[in-house]
Structure formats: structure tokens, C-alpha cells
Design a protein around this ligand. Structure first.
Ligand code: NAI
Length: 390
């Protein structure tokens, strides 16, 4: 169980780029990072509007002279200080991730970046090489994969409780973009423009969460080929999609189906995962994150609750709240930030043995998300044909 006791030698000096007052995801970073005392927020370039960013930073408790106009000033001034930031989180629109990540790594700073990590696998590979040369960590905030029931699912699959995996069925949809984009806010505007969003809208925005979670639960399954069908129901969003379905063939013969959409009218937003094996199935959704449905063929269905002693050790080890209380997205983000802090701490101590077995969403997880997107776009552009997964 995680109870807030510090698991690293000292708190990391932490800065943020983006995630300002109007940003959607910034608070998730802060509530995750600040939960266990593993990070101290000491600097930021929080906003494109520098004055608003400074005002916001001061209200967060950051010294005014460490609230910067932009990330370049943050890097220059913080690396000149003895007590400057060691790690920077990037919570800005997609098109800025690569440039800011590279600049931070070149300046010797660890990075925690939003998904989709970059636009291309080539960019991911370049950053992976740079991080390796510099001995730095790149973490990626796939927020929900810190949840203890995700790790329960992974442990059950590993123990063979499902038998051979046959079907992977995933959905992440909402209806918030069902209408047209007249008067759309900033967050939707950049998401529907290929220059700022990259090659996809909902596939990258929400589909990468599904894909990474499936990699955590089913680490041994590799996609052999896939078929992606994508569409912009609101035509001004084309060539980007507001709806997509992806079919996948895995190397063990399993079949996968994934649906992402932001035009699922009336749907308030949920992720749903069903993993079907030859003996049993498991199903989990963030609409009821405390419960995991476990269905063994021929037996009454069971609902497993987070934090209960009958769960696997891997799940109980990362539980925070205990069985009587709700464990949700905020707790999951706190785990992700903790695991990345432990990786940074190990890097700092030169503890490569720890890093070999330590699990956190890092550069590989970010790269695989971008690789999956590249394959989806290649298939969709080829008239939704089956393509070999490259
Ligand atoms: P947003 O548009 O709501 O907020 C962006 C924030 O970054 C604003 O505060 C803006 O002023 C600031 N900003 C933009 N460019 C900047 C720059 N060059 N320097 C400093 N600040 C800058 O965007 P949202 O929805 O918060 O998304 C940001 C990133 O987070 C995206 O990559 C998105 O895909 C990802 N995201 C991830 C989620 C997750 O669960 N991991 C959830 C929501 C978004």
C-alpha cells in the first residue's frame, strides 16, 4: 500500500511548462506530483499569456521571479541556479512537445511529457537517443495506468487466470464534440488542426490511453496487423478524425477491436476494457473504477473490489485508499508521478539495476503510442486496408 511515506532520498525540484489557469490537464499533474512530497513546484512557464501565467504561478506558491515568460527563459535561468529545477513537466498542446522536450534534455533536465508524445516515431527515437546520452528520464503521463485494478488485471493475465488471450475489446468515447466548432475554445481548436494536434485527433487524444493500458495488461501480445477506419463527422475537422474504429490481429492469434470517439452524443466519457481468454474474461471501466468484473466460464460472475486482501500482491502494493473508499484518477496519477520520481532518483544514484525492473510509462511507452498512431493513419489513408504493423 502507498501511504505517502517518501520513497526517494529527497524531493525533486520541479517545474512546469503549460498547465496554466485555463489549461485542462495542468491540475492533474500538480495533484499527482504533489501528493507524496516527492516533487516541490519551484518554477514554471505556465501559460502562453506570460502575465496570466505569472499571476497563476504566484497563486500556486511559486516565487514571482521563478514564473517565466516562456520555456526558454525557464531553462536558461533555472540551469544557472544551484537550486534550479531538475525535472520539467510539459502540459502544452501536442505540437510543442518535441521542441520543449529536446531543449530540456539538452540542458540536462529530466522530462515528464504529455501524450501523444510527439508527431513521429523518428522524433521519439531522436529523443530516446538524447535522453540515453545525457542519462536522463523521459516519463509520459498515461494517467489511468497507475490504478491498482489495472495492475490486478496484468497480474491475473500473467498468472494464466484467463487462459490464452483471445479478444481485446476497448472503448474510450464521449460526446462533448458532437456539435460543430463554431465558437470552440482553445483546447478544441488546437486539437482539430493537424499543425498543432499532429496526424490524429481522437486516436492520439484518447486512443493512446487505451493502447498503452492494453500494453500494461498484455505485455506479451504484439500487434501483427491492423485496420483503421476514421472519419470527421464534423467536416471542418478533416483530415483529422472525431471518430475511429481499429481492428487488430495479434501475434498469438488474438483479435482486437478499439473504438474512440468524441461525437458519441450523450456519452459523458468513459474508458472500457474487456480482455477475453479461453477460460475467463475481465472487464474494467473508469466509470466504476473500484470494481473489476471477473467472469469464469461456467461459474457465477464475480466483482472484485480494489484494496481487498483477495487481490494479487501487485495490485495491493499500489493501492492508496484501502477497500472502503473510492480509488480514482487522482490516485492513479499520483502513482504515475511517484514511479517516475523513483526512476529519476535511481538515475541520479546510478542505480541501473533498479531501473531494469522498475515499471513506469517512459520513452518506450510514448514511442509505442506514436508508432500505433502512425500505423493507424497509414491504414486509414490506404482506404482502411489491413497493414502490417511496423
Ligand atoms: P489546453 O489547451 O487546455 O491547455 C494548454 C495550456 O498550455 C494552457 O495553459 C496554455 O496557455 C499553455 N501553453 C500553450 N503553449 C504553451 C507554451 N509554448 N509555453 C507555455 N505554456 C503554453 O490543453 P490541454 O487539454 O491541457 O492539453 C495539453 C496536453 O495534455 C496535450 O498534449 C493533451 O493531449 C494532453 N492531455 C492529456 C491528458 C491525460 O489524461 N494525460 C488529459 C488532457 C490533455
Amino acid at each position: 500500500m502507498i501511504n505517502g511515506e517518501r520513497l526517494i532520498s529527497r524531493p525533486l525540484r520541479w517545474g512546469m511548462v503549460g498547465g496554466g489557469r485555463t489549461g485542462q490537464v495542468g491540475y492533474k499533474h500538480r495533484s499527482g506530483a504533489l501528493r507524496d512530497g516527492t516533487y516541490r513546484l519551484v518554477a514554471g512557464a505556465f501559460d502562453l499569456d506570460a502575465a496570466r501565467g505569472r499571476d497563476f504561478g504566484v497563486n500556486l506558491g511559486v516565487e514571482a521571479d521563478r514564473c517565466y515568460d516562456d520555456y526558454k527563459e525557464l531553462i536558461a535561468k533555472e540551469t544557472a541556479r544551484e537550486d534550479g529545477v531538475e525535472v520539467v513537466s510539459i502540459a502544452t498542446p501536442n505540437f510543442t512537445h518535441f521542441e520543449i522536450t529536446k531543449a530540456c534534455l539538452e540542458a540536462g533536465l529530466h522530462v515528464i511529457c504529455e501524450k501523444p508524445l510527439f508527431f513521429t516515431v523518428a522524433e521519439c527515437d531522436e529523443v530516446a537517443r538524447l535522453a540515453d546520452e545525457k542519462g536522463l528520464i523521459v516519463g509520459v503521463t498515461y494517467g489511468f495506468t497507475g490504478h491498482p485494478l489495472v495492475h490486478q488485471m496484468a497480474a491475473m493475465v500473467k498468472k494464466g487466470m484467463l487462459g490464452d488471450i483471445r479478444i481485446v475489446d476497448m472503448q474510450y468515447t464521449h460526446g462533448f464534440n458532437s456539435g460543430d466548432d463554431v465558437g470552440a475554445g482553445e483546447a478544441l481548436k488546437w486539437r482539430t488542426n493537424p499543425k498543432t494536434a499532429g496526424p490524429t485527433f481522437v486516436l492520439g487524444d484518447i486512443g493512446t490511453h487505451l493502447y498503452y493500458l492494453s500494453e500494461v495488461v498484455l505485455p506479451d501480445l504484439k500487434i501483427e496487423k491492423l485496420l483503421c477506419d476514421r472519419k470527421a463527422f464534423i467536416p471542418t475537422r478533416a483530415p483529422l478524425e472525431d471518430h475511429a474504429t481499429v481492428l487488430m490481429h495479434y501475434d498469438n492469434g488474438a483479435r482486437g477491436r478499439l473504438w474512440v470517439s468524441s461525437v458519441n452524443a450523450g456519452n459523458m466519457g468513459s474508458q472500457r476494457y474487456r480482455f477475453v481468454g479461453s477460460k475467463a474474461s475481465i472487464e474494467w471501466s473508469d466509470a466504476h473504477p473500484d470494481q473489476l468484473v471477473y467472469e469464469v466460464q461456467g461459474e457465477p460472475n464475480r466483482i472484485l473490489h480494489h484494496g481487498m486482501p483477495y487481490l494479487e500482491d501487485e495490485s495491493l502494493a499500489v493501492d492508496r485508499m484501502g477497500a472502503l473508499h473510492t480509488e480514482g484518477l487522482g490516485d492513479s496519477w499520483a502513482n504515475i508521478y511517484l514511479w517516475i520520481a523513483q526512476a529519476i532518483d535511481a538515475k541520479r544514484r546510478g542505480d541501473e539495476a533498479f531501473l531494469k525492473t522498475h515499471h513506469y510509462p517512459g520513452i518506450k511507452a510514448g514511442t509505442e503510442g506514436v508508432r500505433w498512431l502512425e500505423n493507424c493513419v497509414r491504414s486509414a489513408d490506404a482506404g482502411s486496408s489491413w497493414v502490417d504493423f511496423k
